[in-house]
Design a protein. Structure first.
Lengths: 172, 164
C-alpha cells in the first residue's frame, strides 16, 4: 500500500520524518518555513509545524529545549503539546517530565539537563551539562552548553559565572 | 415531468434512476474531496471563535535568559495594557541581541513565548483581541508574574538544586 501524506491522505508521501510521511507540497512548505526560523535555533530545518491548509510555520519561542532534546534524543510522546518535525520535544516542562531531580551539586554529571529557573516560573531557559569536575573553590565546576537566542547559537558557559550558580539539574 | 426507469419490485414512490445518480454523484464528490486533501485532520475541526491572545499567553512560557530580555517583554506587555491598537502597531521592540526598534509586538511574542499548546497567532486577530477584558486579565496576570520573578532573581531568591 503506498505511503500517504500525514496531512493530506489523497497525496503520495515523498518524505518521512519523525514517524510521519509528507507529500511534495508539505516538503516544499516545510523547507520554506525553516528558512524563516531564527538563526540561533539548532537544528533549524525541523523547527517547523503544520498550521493549516497547506501552511507550515516556524515553531514559536526559542530553541533551547529543542536543542537539548535532539542531543539527548528525547522524543515527544502523547498528544497536546508541541513537537518538532522530527518528533523531538520543544518545551522545557516536557523535557524534564519524569526526570529525576538532582538535589546535590556534587552529584551533577555530564549529560544532566540544566534548567535555569523553577518549573513553576513563567520564564525559563535550559541547557545540557557537558562537564562536571571537582573544584577546590566551588566544590564542583559545571560547564553547560545551551542554545542561546541572545548569544545567537549553541554556546558553552560556566554554571557559577554565567548562570550565577543558580538553577536546577535533572537526569533522565 | 421527467420519468425514470423503475424496477418492477420498486414501489411507485421509490427513487428514480436520475435521483439515485444525483445521490451517488454527491456522495462520490464528498468522498473525493475528503480523500484528495481538500481538508486535513486539523482543517476539519469546527471553527470555534476563541480569543487568540488568551489562547496564546495563557500558560505560555517566556524563553529568556537575561533580565534585560525579561524587562523588554514586560515593557511590551505594559504597552498591551495601555496602548490602543493603532498605537501598538507603531511600537517596535528590541530583538534577541538587544538591537532596538526591530520587532513588532506580534514578532516579539512569537519569538519569545512558547504557548502551552501548538497554535497559530494571527497578527490581524491579535489587534482585535488584546483589548478585550479577558485578554487584558491574562496579560496583567502574566506581567505581574514576570515582574515578581524578575524581582526574586535580583534578590538572589532563585535557589540552588539542594533547595528546589
Amino acid at each position: 500500500m503506498p505511503v500517504r501524506c500525514f496531512h493530506h491522505p489523497g497525496r503520495q508521501g515523498v518524505i518521512s520524518r519523525g514517524g510521519r510521511s509528507y507529500c511534495q507540497r508539505c516538503r516544499d512548505d516545510q523547507q520554506a518555513a525553516a528558512r524563516r526560523v531564527d538563526g540561533h535555533v539548532k537544528p533549524r530545518e525541523c523547527f517547523v509545524r503544520y498550521a493549516s491548509r497547506d501552511n507550515w510555520m516556524s515553531i514559536y519561542g526559542t530553541g533551547c529545549a529543542h536543542w537539548v532534546a535532539h542531543q539527548k534524543r528525547l522524543m515527544h510522546r502523547g498528544a497536546g503539546s508541541e513537537r518538532c518535525l522530527d518528533g523531538y520535544i520543544v518545551r522545557i516542562p516536557d523535557l524534564v517530565s519524569g526526570a529525576k531531580k538532582i538535589t546535590d551539586l556534587k552529584n551533577v554529571k555530564k549529560d544532566d539537563i540544566y534548567v535555569m529557573r523553577p518549573l513553576s516560573n513563567r520564564k525559563n531557559h535550559c541547557g545540557l551539562v557537558i562537564a562536571a569536575k571537582p573544584d577546590a573553590k566551588k566544590g564542583v565546576k559545571i560547564t553547560i552548553q545551551h542554545d542561546s537566542s541572545e548569544q545567537g547559537g549553541v554556546v558553552t558557559d560556566d554554571f557559577h559565572s554565567h548562570f550565577k550558580g543558580k538553577g536546577f539539574f535533572y537526569r533522565g | 415531468m421527467i420519468y425514470g426507469w423503475k424496477s418492477k419490485e420498486m414501489p411507485p414512490w421509490g427513487p428514480t434512476i436520475s435521483q439515485i445518480n444525483v445521490g451517488l454523484l454527491v456522495v462520490m464528490t464528498l468522498m473525493f474531496m475528503a480523500w484528495n486533501g481538500c481538508s486535513s485532520k486539523e482543517d476539519s475541526k469546527p471553527e470555534i471563535r476563541t480569543n487568540t491572545v488568551v489562547s496564546f499567553l495563557g500558560g505560555a512560557i517566556l524563553h529568556a535568559e537575561s533580565d534585560e530580555r525579561c524587562r523588554e517583554v514586560i515593557a511590551a506587555l505594559e504597552d498591551m495594557l495601555t496602548l490602543s491598537p493603532a498605537e501598538l502597531r507603531q511600537q517596535r521592540y528590541s530583538d534577541y541581541q538587544g538591537n532596538p526598534g526591530v520587532w513588532t509586538i506580534t514578532t516579539l511574542l512569537k519569538r519569545q513565548f512558547m504557548p502551552a499548546s501548538a497554535m497559530y497567532l494571527d497578527s490581524l486577530q491579535f489587534y482585535e483581541d488584546y483589548t478585550t477584558p479577558e485578554a487584558q486579565a491574562v496579560i496583567k496576570d502574566l506581567m505581574e508574574s514576570l515582574k515578581s520573578e524578575l524581582e526574586a532573581d535580583s534578590l538572589g531568591q532563585v535557589v540552588g538544586p539542594e533547595r528546589n
